[in-house]
Design a protein around this ligand. Structure first.
Ligand code: URA
Length: 180
């Protein structure tokens, strides 16, 4: 993304989320990274701080990635939608579509890094998943020349407890095997 494109993204009004966001949460990490981590949309803490996955979900996510030897500094971390939906509702299809060109510009800077999609929204947008996360998690797919897999969103593990956590651990071990 050029400086001009970044400036445009930071001032983006392509969808209604512009009216209620505090910050555009662009994403952060090395380019190219070891892996690309894609969530759904910023939450309250991300909207306030301007960084993705800095709240409770992020703490859990990076603890689990740490268990397979991946640090936050190894990851480019972003979301399908760059602005917080009010009350953390799921992003709407038109919001995802409005944000897609920004996401595409980011992906162009990611080299061949494998992608981790967190939750159903990210799995649909990034891996073309058509089935639920309970079915497609941990399956390695190739899309647009990049390998990737989906796992549960860490927020689901915060709600769902040990069963979800152990599935995420299995999925992240598979992801680790994809990293060069
Ligand atoms: N949930 C997400 O999907 N993304 C974030 O950045 C934070 C929470």
């Amino acid at each position: 993304m050029t400086d001009l494109e970044l400036a445009e993204l930071l001032a983006c009004t392509r969808c209604d989320l512009a009216a209620t966001r505090q910050r555009v949460v662009v994403g952060s990490g090395p380019r190219p990274p070891k892996i690309v981590v894609v969530g759904e949309a910023p939450g309250r803490q991300e909207d306030e701080g301007g960084e993705p996955f800095v709240g409770r979900s992020g703490q859990l996510l990076f603890r689990l990635l740490g268990e397979v030897g991946l640090a936050r500094e190894d990851c480019f971390v972003t979301n399908v939608v760059k602005c917080r939906p009010p009350a953390n509702r799921a992003p709407r299809p038109r919001e995802i579509a409005a944000c897609a060109p920004w996401f595409a510009l980011q992906m162009a800077e990611m080299g061949a890094a494998p992608l981790l999609a967190l939750g159903a929204t990210a799995a649909r947008s990034t891996l073309g998943a058509t089935r639920g996360i309970g079915v497609i998690h941990g399956r390695v797919v190739e899309r647009d020349g990049r390998v990737g897999l989906a796992t549960y969103h860490p927020a689901a593990a915060l709600r769902g407890g040990d069963r979800v956590l152990s599935v995420m651990r299995e999925d992240l071990a598979i992801l680790r095997g994809l990293v060069a």
